[in-house]
Design a protein around this ligand. Structure first.
Ligand code: PRX
Length: 657
């Protein structure tokens, strides 16, 4: 704790300029009014915001139903359509405003206006209906960033179908698991696409997933957008080309009005068991969160060109690519490439080309750009930028300062946004016209978000303390449940031992409150790692490793990594007869990495594998992960090892057997 205190207390504070404050959506006065309202009349605060920012088909009369804690329903009897709120409501005011500028991997660019996007969505939605897709059906979307991926998501929302986007880098096995868990009947994909100059023919992975599922597959149709014209297997009537599906469809599709709590989407994320959790989001509360954070945290203005670099496969790509910007009628850039291809200037080139004004990316991308070309931003005209954002993991102060100085030229506030798949939108973040910024701190909870840090007895830690990050009151944008698993929802987010009888939402992160009241996220309290800003459960990788014929046992821990934040270090015990000879060690490591990539996806490949004779366990059989973490990071073992069943194992863990 001494370390964290000296680090946070000595931090410099960057205050917003007068010029920024004078134009900001929230200034100290309006911010104080919002906070007071949230404090004095919590439900009225949320009810008023929902009335102001959402176009309702039927206005709600009850703001919150908390009779079945922790299963909350917000804006209970209201009905709306999210796609109507993202498209139709702009048709009278800004039909010809550009909605999306798409930048492909090879630098090719195309754009659509709100009027065109609305037509495309209506046609595709009608196409889905012609296949039999109806309100409540689940549709998997396995596509890279593209205008069509957004069309597919918005089309589902339009007809009340529930989409579940699966990141196009996940393997056939992961896709199959999600299809089964969601009981999805339809799947939308592409023949293939290019990322970082490489061709990824993902229809093959879809076919492999269907083969894995065999007769258990619930999928009735696959819709394929032809992107690359790569060879792909087409089963008549089962596989349908996107262009054929929309060919004769009307460009008018009446929105399906759904209740506020109707599930808008399911998005899978890693938890502390081997099985990913299907986070289920509502329609109204989620939409409201996307809108208010665009306004408060990104200080969104009609004149902005907004760019969030996230992929639609993650929550950031849902909230700040598909829903938030469109709900506000923004012009936004989307990109299907990578920061380092064809070289480390692709981000700066795109900002210059489209005069991007609000730019949102992840610390891992920033670190890789610093490494690959720290002075490249100087070669481009980035003068259009006025605000920068960061998400996914704590941003280290060095990266923050580079971002602030070289990219933002010391006049763009950086909003370090803390949130999660489950919270749907920013929870803790600076308000750029109000907050003084401390590099590495996500500042404070947003108005109406009752976040706190508590100790193991449930008491607030107070200034200078550290503990569990919790949200003390239900909030409209939180997940509704875990798809098909209400029990897991309760135990994962409202665990008795921390939440107690107070019904606090437990985020799974630990945090520190400094003497100025700033929040600093310290990391996860469970066995979930954060690799390049993506959550990966160690249990998932362990179960993938153990399903290989050579592996008896495995334990995966995080190791500090300069670019990714954390990398994956796997300790593997082989089955008898499978321990490789010295000369075959590397081959088996390679084979296991490929195996994990096929079971989960390339993002889950271990960076290090060490073959060991056994794992350090307590007498009750629990793996002592702290020891493994220290060894992986080359640290001394200082902790008490008296509960260890086999203390002699420690020396043996330091090298391959
Ligand atoms: O540990 C926190 C970290 O990412 C987790 C959420 O991951 P995911 O659901 O994949 O969503 C990522 C994008 C919102 C959190 O529990 N995290 C996210 N943002 C930050 C962060 N840690 C520190 N600072 C942040 N700004």
């Amino acid at each position: 704790m001494a370390d964290i205190n000296s680090f946070t207390e000595n931090s410099q504070i960057f205050v917003p300029s007068e010029n920024f404050v004078s134009k900001a959506n929230l200034n100290p006065n309006t911010y104080a009014t919002l906070c007071k309202k949230a404090n004095d009349d919590y439900l009225g605060f949320w009810g008023d915001l929902a009335k102001t920012y959402i176009n309702w088909h039927r206005i709600f009369t009850q703001i919150l139903d908390d009779s079945k804690k922790p299963f909350y329903k917000w804006f209970v009897d209201g009905s709306l359509n999210v796609s109507y709120n993202c498209l139709d409501r702009h048709l009278k005011t800004i039909p010809d405003k550009v909605a999306i500028i798409f930048e492909a991997d090879d630098g090719a660019s195309e754009s659509v206006t709100y009027r065109e996007l609305h037509k495309q969505v209506c046609k595709f939605a009608n196409g889905l209906k012609s296949l039999g897709v109806k309100n409540g059906d689940r549709v998997i979307i396995y596509m890279p960033n593209s205008i069509e991926a957004i069309v597919a998501m918005q089309s589902c929302a339009r007809i009340g179908a529930i989409h579940s986007v699966v990141f196009a880098g996940f393997s056939a096995h992961s896709l199959a698991d999600r299809i089964i868990d969601a009981r999805a009947q339809y799947l939308v994909t592409v023949d293939g696409f290019k990322r970082g100059g490489k061709v990824l023919a993902i229809k093959q992975d879809v076919d492999a997933a269907i083969t894995i599922l065999g007769t258990d597959s619930p999928i009735k149709n696959i819709i394929i957008q032809k992107v690359l014209d790569v060879a792909c297997k087409i089963v008549p009537k089962f596989d349908v080309w996107w262009h054929d599906l929309v060919l004769n469809q009307s460009d008018i599709c009446e929105p399906e009005w759904v209740l506020s709590s109707h599930p808008l989407f399911i998005l899978y994320t890693s938890g502390s068991t081997g099985k990913p959790k299907g986070v289920e989001h509502s329609s109204a509360g989620y939409l409201l969160g996307a809108i208010i954070t665009m306004l408060w945290v990104f200080d969104y203005k009609d004149s902005d060109c907004f760019w969030c670099t996230a992929d639609v496969g993650w929550i950031t790509g849902h909230t700040y690519v598909c829903y938030g910007p469109l709900a506000l009628g923004a012009t936004q850039v989307i990109f299907s490439g990578t920061p380092l291809y064809p070289d480390a200037s692709s981000f700066w080139r795109i900002i210059q080309r489209h005069r991007v004004s609000v730019f949102y990316t992840a610390p891992t991308a920033i670190r890789s750009l610093i490494k690959a070309g720290g002075d490249l931003p100087l070669k481009f005209d980035l003068s259009s930028l006025r605000l920068l954002g960061s998400v996914g993991e704590p941003i280290n102060p060095e990266a923050w300062k580079w971002y602030y100085t070289l990219v933002g030229k010391e006049h763009c506030p950086i909003v370090d946004t803390w949130w999660q798949t489950e919270t749907g939108c920013h929870m803790l973040a600076p308000i750029p016209g109000v907050s003084g910024l401390k590099p590495g701190s996500c500042c404070a909870p947003l108005p109406g978000i009752c976040a706190g840090i508590i100790d193991e007895n449930g008491h607030n830690v107070g200034l200078g303390g550290s503990g569990y990050l919790v949200i003390k009151k239900p909030f409209p944008m939180q997940l509704r449940t875990i798809w098909g698993d209400n029990e897991r929802y309760k135990t994962a987010y409202y665990p008795e031992e921390i939440s107690g009888s107070k019904h606090y939402y437990v985020a799974g992160d630990s945090a520190h409150l400094d003497s100025d009241g700033y929040f600093w996220i310290l990391g996860r309290i469970d066995d979930v790692l954060n690799v390049s800003g993506h959550r990966i459960g160690t249990a998932e990788i362990e179960s993938a490793l153990v399903s290989h014929k050579a592996v008896a046992e495995a334990a995966v821990v995080g190791k500090f990594h300069e670019i990714k934040g954390e990398s994956l270090f796997a300790f593997v015990v082989c089955k008898n007869g499978f321990f490789p000879a010295k000369e075959n060690l590397e081959n088996l490591k390679e084979e296991l990495c490929t195996w994990v990539a096929t079971q989960i996806g390339a993002i889950a490949k271990p960076d290090d594998i060490r073959f060991v004779e056994g794992l350090p366990k307590t007498r009750s059989g629990k793996i002592m992960r702290r020891i493994l973490r220290n060894i992986a990071n080359g640290h001394q073992i200082t902790q008490d090892i008296s509960t260890l069943e086999n203390p002699a194992i420690i020396e043996l863990l330091k090298t391959d057997i």
